[in-house]
Design a protein around this ligand. Sequence first.
Ligand code: COA
Length: 158
Amino acid sequence: MTTAVYPGTFDPITNGHSDLVSRAALLFDKVIVGVAASPGKAPLLSIDRRVELVREVLADIDNIEVCRFDTLLVDFVRQHEATVILRGLRAVSDFEYEFQLAGMNRRLAPDVETLFLRPAEQYSYISSGLVREVAGLGGDVSEFVHPAVQAELKRRGC
Ligand code: COA
């Protein structure tokens, strides 16, 4: 049984993230979506709300679990007896950061592999930050996020 962890801040979860999880769920026995506290990013949504939204958005996928974490990613991975870290590569611009992250994680945990998946082309330019910015300036984000996320952003005056 191979368990993969898909970590991120998910502030908020976008259709790009969901697309990636759907693909991963077909490849692995179990996918754990790890919602990072990421205090350094000063997230707009609380960790509780981010977890709730991820659960709601991904409710139709059976072999996933959604958990929060505020530890080292590799410790979280080991705690769940996973062997794979999944990350999405949207464009070449993601590569440098992801290369560093994967290198550090390999150094910390040589037995854990980082694998990259490509989200569908139509999601290659979406990021949580852009979604927050567009919603905050009154733009329509319905194409980029689940209705529950859109409603949450609206409730917050975004
Ligand atoms: N579709 C849409 N957007 C995507 C995406 C996809 N498939 N994949 C990534 N993104 C976006 C995110 O929305 C985010 O956008 P934003 O910066 O505008 O908010 C950006 O790409 C990358 O963020 P995210 O995927 O949330 O990851 P992150 O960089 O915030 O988090 C962690 C990275 C959580 C994996 C990392 O910080 C971590 O491991 N933290 C734990 C502590 C630790 O172990 N640190 C040492 C690491 S070596």
